[in-house]
Design a protein around this ligand. Structure first.
Ligand code: DGT
Ligand code: CA
Ligand code: CA
Ligand code: ZN
Length: 594
């Protein structure tokens, strides 16, 4: 087990001990142990090998043995037993923001609350509000936390279902009865989260396909099984639907179940205006209703004259769009916004799809200097291995002490280290020295100007004071945007998808300020963030705001997230021209020095 995972286990042990109401000294020993390990400058492997772990102040014998066991085996009996000894209802309550081990223990002891359900009634009937150290505000937060938890449980991050989708789709395509197969629904539209999966298959013999689908190893429960439609629940609670249609209906079914609902409504209206009826089964002449409709539509007097295309001529979605006088609308744009107007145009209505190979590097990444899991050299090597020409390092600043943020001295040393690394020629990948500087509550930055000037670029982010009013939060962020040393704004709203709501902020005003000050806005590609949201990018790009797609990597694996950002950028109608990290190294150097 590596250092970061061991830190997680120690922290969890501390929480479990709190839940059990253990001796505070014992709890603190694990918390301290986690802190010490996290901020360790030396290599843990070496320390353990040389048996020097126990020499560190605050590392008692018991802790050393446990860390060594975890390091060597990845397991710890003490930990698994402890975990098994805590009622699962109490562990579930840890999902509610604001409730830690200590508070849950108190709720259990004094109110007999054993699970989320009990927690809900205690919050509703005023018992939590009346509990010393809790109060009305806490009770309200608990209730909204429970509500969010329920809503969140129904959805999944796009990124987290991707592997499952690819596996199922690959399996379907390998069946000989299958003519065509695709994952439709929100997944195909690259929505940031998906409710369930929707597989569409074209085939004349659905039965063996249904059998295969419902008998997959990952299926926990078959919730429906019919001749042409089945639904299953997979491990982790994810629901998947399969529809098998005859090959000549495939294009219609694929289009319908790709959605969105809003897009489908617009498409059906468009068909109606042409005297046609569009459904998941096909496109047909709408005899009476169609002609009545077109009589009332003076602007399209010749709609009735259009002859319905004979369904066999529509084999693909391209054919379907063409039958409605539209060019192909890529799935990611089918949200019922302005994609139909775009599809009506001749020529390049939709941007050429952005791909990973369009990116020449990324800017917002962490190393072990703050809360990352890999060293500077390891990060640069991994970036180079991906074919990137440059890598920006933006560790946390000192106000983010919980993330081991760098103070002035450490940052100056890091800048020096990066300059030396570039000069050494060890890597062909160029390293930019940046920092993710905290935007303080009043909108000022965590470092003085002379230090900011020594950096190649600055990512400014909010990590505190989330509960400011919308007006104050917006003012605070705009102040940072206007700061001459700020290059880009990190994760604009602070949201964590399916976990934490965005703070209140006027995004339109932020976009306008970014445009006016030439400040880049980040598209944070972490699958939990995907922030700024795709719904705002089209307008932002039209205003001239540049985007940086950043993985916010805390390890070399974290670079993978960049791809999620690429899909969201597509969905936000962005092209290479709108994205700073599509520019070659020299152009970025010029941009940063301007
Ligand atoms: P999700 O699963 O909540 O992430 O979102 P979707 O878009 O995958 O929605 P889902 O799974 O309920 O249905 C798949 C598609 O089927 C949806 O995008 C559009 C189509 N569809 C489902 N129900 C309706 C409906 O009532 N009216 C229309 N026009 N289309 C529908
Ligand atoms: Ca779905
Ligand atoms: Ca569905
Ligand atoms: Zn951040």
């Amino acid at each position: 087990m590596n250092k970061a995972d061991i830190v997680d286990v120690l922290e969890e042990i501390a929480v479990l001990l709190e839940l059990k109401g253990e001796n505070p000294f014992k709890i603190r020993a694990y918390q301290n142990g986690a802190r010490i390990l996290e901020t360790l400058e030396d290599d843990l492997d070496v320390l353990i090998e040389e048996k020097r772990l126990g020499d560190i102040k605050g590392m008692g014998d018991a802790l050393v043995t446990k860390i060594e066991t975890l390091h060597a085996t990845g397991d710890l009996e003490f930990y698994s037993k402890l975990k098994a000894s805590v009622p699962s209802g109490l562990l579930e309550m840890l999902d509610i923001p604001g409730l830690g081990g200590k508070k849950i223990k108190k709720l259990y002891d004094e109110l007999g609350v054993e699970d989320i359900e009990g927690l809900k009634s205690a919050a509703e009937d005023g018992r939590i509000a009346g509990l010393k150290g809790f109060g009305k505000k806490t009770a309200e937060n608990v209730l909204s936390g429970i509500q969010n938890r329920e809503a969140y449980a129904a959805r999944h991050h796009w990124w987290s279902v991707r592997e499952v989708v690819e596996t199922i789709l690959g399996g379907l395509k390998s069946l000989e009865e299958v003519h065509q197969a695709e994952a439709a629904g929100s997944y195909r539209r690259y929505k940031e989260t998906v409710g369930d999966l929707d597989f569409i298959v074209g085939s004349n013999s659905p039965e063996p396909i249904m059998d295969w689908f419902t008998n997959q190893e990952e299926v926990v429960e078959v919730t429906a099984k019919g001749e042409t439609k089945s639904s299953v629940r997979l491990e982790g609670g994810l629901q998947a639907d399969l529809r098998v249609v005859p090959p000549d209906q495939y294009a219609f079914a694929l289009h319908h179940f790709t959605g969105s609902k809003e897009h489908n409504v617009l498409m059906r209206q468009r068909a109606l205006a042409r005297g046609l009826s569009l459904s998941e089964w096909g496109l047909s002449r709408k005899a009476e209703a169609g002609s009545q409709k077109s009589e009332s539509r003076k602007e399209e007097p010749d709609a009735v004259e259009l002859s319905a295309p004979s369904p066999p001529s529509i084999r693909t979605e391209h054919d379907l769009f063409e039958a409605l006088d539209l060019q192909f609308i890529p799935p990611e744009f089918r949200e019922g916004l302005d994609e139909i107007q775009a599809g009506e145009q001749e020529g390049d209505a939709f941007p050429e799809p952005l791909t990973m190979s369009d990116l020449k590097g990324v800017f917002h990444n962490h190393t072990t200097a703050s809360d990352g899991r890999n060293s500077l050299e390891e990060m640069v090597q991994a970036a180079q291995d991906r074919g990137w020409d440059y890598l920006g390092i933006a560790d946390h600043s000192k106000a983010s002490f919980q993330a081991n943020g760098l103070d002035e001295d450490r940052l100056r040393k890091q800048i020096q280290q990066i300059r030396e690394l570039n000069a050494s020629g060890q890597f062909s990948c160029h390293v930019f020295a940046g920092n993710e500087v905290d935007i303080l509550a009043d909108g000022s930055l965590d470092f003085d100007n002379d230090l900011l000037e020594a950096l190649d670029y600055v990512v400014a982010s909010v990590h505190s004071s989330f509960s400011l009013s919308e007006v104050d939060q917006t003012k605070r962020i705009i102040k940072a945007i206007e700061h001459p040393q700020v290059t880009m704004l990190g994760h604009l709203t602070g949201r964590l998808l399916l976990r934490r709501e965005a703070y209140a902020v006027d995004i339109n005003a932020i976009v306008d300020a970014a445009a006016a000050n030439n400040t880049v806005i980040e598209l944070n590609a972490n699958p939990y963030r995907l922030d700024m949201d795709w719904r705002h990018w089209k307008r932002a790009a039209e205003k001239g705001v540049l985007c940086a797609i950043n993985p916010d990597a805390h390890s070399t694996d974290g670079f993978d997230y960049t791809e999620a950002g690429v899909y969201i950028a597509r969905k936000g109608w962005l092209t290479r021209d709108h994205i700073l990290n599509c520019r070659p190294l020299d152009a970025v150097k010029t941009y940063f020095s301007a």
